[in-house]
Ligand binder design. Structure first.
Ligand code: GLU
Length: 477
């Protein structure tokens, strides 16, 4: 029975393109909503003007769309809580900050950066935690006067006493002593909200039921819960998902040069394989299955199967999954998908190449390299050993001569028979077929490996194949 009340959100800051770690957060929020038949909201959190990188919102939305992670409300699609871009909602946050001040849950503070720095230095010197000392809380009338005189001021949350705790859907029970938490700035002196105020106000107004985000935000959650309580609002459920580490066991981050997910698309990784690989970063189905379509993931995914330990991104696993997802593509899908990687080819040409390629691609981009000898000319590079290793000169000559004779006699018509015939040539001379065939690979494709050589010759046609064999034969003397 779908639970229509599930509303999740993905709330990226436009500070760079999405990498695997940030897409993982988006994917888990998307899967949670889709699994429950609920909604997902995309909201752009762009109130930190210093970290803003123009143009990255568009890149983020393009990445989500390319991966097939659609959204019910947000930029481009709109929705009942428009606008979904925080910089367009500043008046809402100010109004809410004023409500908190009026209710005694927040206060204005005019302490200068110099005073705050001196205060922290003194606290550090006494080995105390660095926290705002609430100097302004006790002098609100004076602060009001200072503000009227044009002094810069911020609004701070009055963190209540006691303990803040919640049952995290991934972490389990989490608890903080409020005395360990600073009086968080909610509204900055430029009138912009901090993340903490904006995220709580928006999650509430946008009726978010599940906040799914990276576990780096756990220390912020008690501040958010204090805000929900101060406003008199019910808090949503929280699921803090663990970090994604690179193969070097360091956290994936934009700063550490984690690759933009769209670049994987250019290399020929499939959105379905990326979604599959990212889902497995911290989630497992509970059985042996590892290969999933996005539809299967929507059906199977639940947050209670998300591991709370950090997940490690393994590029090899992505490659394996990508190969599997490629082999599951229909010929029509491959004809379409290979257009970018085999530029200038007709649909018909691609259709002919697919049986040669399908089992041999890790990425669609591999088609470019594999098909180059068939779509253009080859150069027999001096650094390619010829005759190849483990093959004597006479056997190489015999292979080429037999191949040319067979082609002249119409051998390309019956490829399995030609294969048998040529296999026999090597074996009769005591050379393993695998080694003997390398002679033909180098002759026809210019490399000792690649597409299956008999099918490749059939694609090239009789004349072109004979010409390449003749040239190679000449090199053998
Ligand atoms: N804007 C925050 C980020 O980009 C989102 C944090 C959250 O989901 O609450 O990390």
């Amino acid at each position: 029975m779908p639970d229509a009340r599930v509303r999740t959100r993905f709330a990226p800051s436009p500070t760079g393109a999405l990498h695997f770690g940030s897409v993982r957060t988006a994917l888990f929020a998307w899967l949670t909503a889709r699994h429950a038949g609920g909604d997902i909201i995309v909201r752009i959190e762009d109130t930190d003007q210093e970290r803003y990188i123009p143009g990255t919102e568009a890149l983020i939305l393009e990445t989500l769309s390319w991966l097939g992670l659609d959204w019910n409300e947000g930029p481009e699609v709109g929705g009942p809580h428009d606008p979904y871009i925080q910089s367009l909602r500043i008046a809402i946050y100010r109004e809410h900050a004023n409500t908190l001040v009026a209710g005694g849950n927040a206060y204005w503070c005019t302490c200068t950066p110099a005073r705050l720095a001196a205060m922290r230095d003194a606290q550090r010197a006494q080995s105390k935690p660095t926290r705002y000392d609430r100097r302004c809380l006790a002098r609100q009338a004076e602060v009001a006067q200072e503000r009227a005189n044009g002094m810069a001021a911020v609004v701070r949350l009055l963190m209540p006493e006691g303990v803040t705790e919640w049952d995290d859907l991934v972490r389990g029970h989490v608890s903080f002593n409020n005395s360990d938490i600073d009086d968080q700035i909610l509204l900055k002196s430029d009138g912009f909200p901090t993340y903490h105020l904006a995220v709580v106000v928006d999650d509430h107004l946008m009726e978010v039921s599940h906040v799914i985000r990276s576990d780096e935000w756990i220390p912020s959650t008690p501040k958010h819960l204090a805000l929900y309580a101060a406003f008199g609002w019910d808090a949503p459920s929280f699921a803090h998902v663990p970090a994604v580490l690179g193969p070097d066991h360091q956290k994936l981050s934009k700063r550490r040069g984690a690759r933009n997910v769209l670049e994987y698309g250019e290399l020929g990784y499939l959105p379905s394989a990326i979604v599959n690989a990212i889902a497995l970063l911290g989630w497992s189905s509970g059985d042996e299955q590892e290969v999933f379509t996005p539809e299967e993931l929507c059906e199977r995914f639940t947050l209670d199967r998300v591991n709370s330990a950090a997940a490690i991104f393994d590029p090899k696993r992505l490659d394996d999954l990508n190969g599997i997802h490629i082999r599951r593509m229909s010929t029509d899908e491959l004809v379409e998908g290979l257009e970018f990687h085999l530029p200038g080819t007709s649909k018909e040409t691609r259709r002919q190449l697919i049986p040669l390629l399908r089992e041999r691609m890790v990425t669609l981009g591999d088609a470019t390299r594999l098909c180059a000898p068939l779509l253009g000319e080859i150069t027999l590079d001096a650094d390619v050993e010829f005759p190849p290793k483990k093959v004597d000169q006479a056997t190489a000559v015999a292979m080429i001569d037999a191949c040319m004779a067979a082609i002249e006699a119409g051998g390309l018509e019956d490829q399995p028979a030609l294969l048998e015939q040529l296999r026999a040539v090597g074996e009769s001379r005591g050379v393993k077929a695998r080694d003997a065939f390398r002679v033909l690979y180098v002759a026809v494709l210019g490399t000792a490996a690649g597409l299956p050589v008999i099918e490749a010759m059939a694609f090239l046609g009789k004349e072109k194949s004979l010409q390449r064999l003749r040239e190679a034969r000449a090199r053998l003397g």
